[in-house]
Design a protein around this ligand. Structure first.
Ligand SMILES: [Zn+2]
Length: 105
């Protein structure tokens, strides 16, 4: 497991049709290298009536984005940044901001 975007991070889209859109990471799909970001890449889906959606109709939900098209927004300096790695005294690796060098939880 690499050190990269995690659920709960803020992310910004850096390329493609959603460029500039920002939101909280709702989930990460590491096997597909994709992330789902709140409010970004909304897709409309036709939903047949079922137990959960008795009316059926069109539902909107976030589509996944290619992880490489997104960047972490640093919680410390609020800038989009690549994720660096710092090795702590106990050998644990922690993510860090390449811009402000702060450790990111
Ligand atoms: Zn930073």
């Amino acid at each position: 497991m690499g050190l990269r975007i995690k659920k709960g991070d803020m992310a910004v889209v850096i390329t493609g049709k959603n460029k500039g859109a920002k939101g909280r990471v709702l989930s990460v799909l590491p096997e597909d290298n994709r992330v789902i970001v709140e409010g970004v890449n909304i897709i409309k889906k036709h939903q047949k009536p079922n137990k959960k959606f008795q009316q059926g109709g069109i539902i909107e939900r976030e589509g996944s984005l290619n992880m490489s098209n997104t960047m972490l927004v640093c919680p410390k300096c609020s800038k989009p940044t690549r994720i660096g790695v710092v090795v702590l005294a106990d050998g644990k690796k922690q993510r860090s901001c390449k811009k402000c060098k702060e450790v990111i939880e």
